[in-house]
Write a protein that binds this ligand. Structure first.
Ligand SMILES: C[S@@+](CC[C@H](N)C(=O)[O-])C[C@H]1O[C@@H](n2cnc3c(N)ncnc32)[C@H](O)[C@@H]1O
Length: 438
């Protein structure tokens, strides 16, 4: 069956129509005509498997990665960089129109980056033993399946991370570690590496294993190893990658780095932006939107406090709220290291704590940077009741952003929408929205 692709979907698939019913075709691009086989039929849509491209998009390029299309992380790698920016802006536009009837003219051009590859400063990869060779391999589970795809080399990770990953895997294999066994609660589950400028923090997520001392020494001797952790994680079905128990195996407990003049440090379980260069543009745009001195700014979902500290000269007082304790401890130390006496951090649920603060204090501005799930009802209710004059909403999910804006736009006017390409080659869309109370 031949289908013309009309637009891109949120997972980076092409969308065409058969008898007005949308068909999602992974691997197809807008303006292409593709021959497909319909492999799944649902009431309101279908899934098509591409057999052949009959008419190619002028933006199609040969993917640089040998597992592109199989690992499914970089679905837009088959398009040139300019087309990717357009597709993502269009995805954002579709969501904001669908959920919140936002005027698309407010959406500015997407801010691209210089680096389309080698930008990711962290990897989180499951480890599985190859049944034929007995070798431990790091890779990815294909979404919605149990199929493990070993990834020898990922061109999205920073080269230093990839180099470290290969060296660590060599050591793990020398010591013949086993893959995690749910019954025995032993073995290795995941390898997490975070790195900045040649310095690395590594976490081995395992069962209740006692790791060999000589292996720890070998890992600590790897060039650039600054901080080595073990995370004991024995819960079977959970989206959490880290376990509750963390053991420092060697080196520093935190990874220090400099971000655009700020001295920062981060613990394994704390969040920090994955694309350092684009994060500078993200923060710079927020700074531009803050516009001048305020009395009180609250940053909800503040991670290690980087946005609050970036804005430290913009307000008499800044309060960050974050639910992960390690991140709050990092943030407080980061404030100290940057002599930011006017910035403090609280460990709490953002919606609940902001509700409490808003009852006592007048808020000039609230910055929210929630996870993909967006703002919950407590936070939305609080923002509406607090009558805060300005909101800056940093979003990594156009769908939840759209749904949240639908509520907020009864009280706020959208002033600017700036999409930033934090994850080139993937379908992920990040953007910043400035809202002003009507
Ligand atoms: C997208 S990150 C933003 C971090 C930070 N703004 C930055 O730029 O580095 C979202 C953060 O929200 C935190 N978080 C998630 N749910 C939360 C909640 N209910 N209350 C407070 N913080 C939460 C996460 O731990 C994470 O650090």
């Amino acid at each position: 069956m031949r289908v013309r692709i009309e637009k891109m979907g949120i997972n980076g698939e092409g969308i065409g129509y058969i008898n007005k019913k949308p068909v999602f075709v992974p691997g197809a691009l807008v303006e292409e005509e593709v021959d497909i086989e319909v492999v799944q039929q649902f009431k309101t849509y279908a899934i098509g498997k591409m057999k052949r491209v009959a008419v190619f998009s002028k933006h199609r390029v040969k993917p640089k990665c040998y597992v592109q299309g199989r690992c499914q992380a970089c679905s837009l790698m088959i398009a040139d960089a300019d087309a990717q920016l357009e597709y993502k802006r269009d995805l954002l536009k579709q969501s904001l129109i669908k959920y919140a009837q936002i005027n698309p003219r407010l959406i500015e051009p997407m801010v691209g980056g210089e680096q389309s590859f080698g930008y990711r400063n962290q990897c989180k990869l499951p480890i599985v033993k190859n049944k034929e060779t007995g070798v431990l391999e790091s890779g990815m589970y294909i979404p919605n399946s149990n199929y493990f795809l070993p990834i020898e080399h990922c061109i999205i990770h920073e080269p230093g991370i990839e180099n470290m990953r290969k060296q660590i895997m060599k050591v793990l294999n020398t010591y013949k570690l086993r893959t995690y066994d749910y019954h025995q609660k032993r073995g290795i589950r995941t390898l997490i590496i975070r790195g900045f400028e040649g310095a690395f923090q590594v976490t081995l997520v395992t069962g209740e294993d006692k790791l060999p001392e000589s292996m720890i020494e070998e890992l600590m001797a790897l060039p650039g190893m600054v901080s080595l952790w073990q995370s004991i994680h024995t819960i079977k079905k959970t989206p959490d990658i880290f376990g509750k128990k963390m053991i420092l195996l060697g080196g520093e407990s935190r990874l220090p780095f400099v971000f655009d003049g700020l001295k920062l440090q981060v613990s394994p379980r704390s969040f920090f932006q994955l694309n350092t260069e684009q994060a500078k543009k993200l923060y710079h745009t927020i700074l531009e939107m803050v516009k001048g001195p305020k009395d009180l700014i609250v940053e909800a979902y503040s991670g290690i406090g980087a946005i609050s500290l970036y804005l430290k000269d913009q307000a008499k007082e800044i309060i960050g709220i974050e639910s992960i304790k390690d991140a709050v401890v990092n943030a407080a130390q980061n404030a100290n290291m940057n002599q930011a006496d006017n910035v403090r951090f609280i460990c709490a649920d953002a919606g609940e704590k902001l509700t409490y603060i808003a009852k006592k204090r007048k808020l000039d501005m609230v910055i929210v940077d929630p996870p993909r799930t967006g703002l919950d009802d407590v936070m939305l209710e609080c923002l509406i009741r607090s009558k805060v004059k300005e909101i800056i909403y940093v979003s990594c999910n156009p769908a939840t952003l759209g749904k949240n804006l639908d509520v907020l736009c009864n009280y706020y006017k959208v002033e600017r929408i700036v999409p930033i390409d934090m994850f080139p080659n993937t379908q992920h869309v990040e953007c910043i929205v400035k809202l002003v109370r009507v």
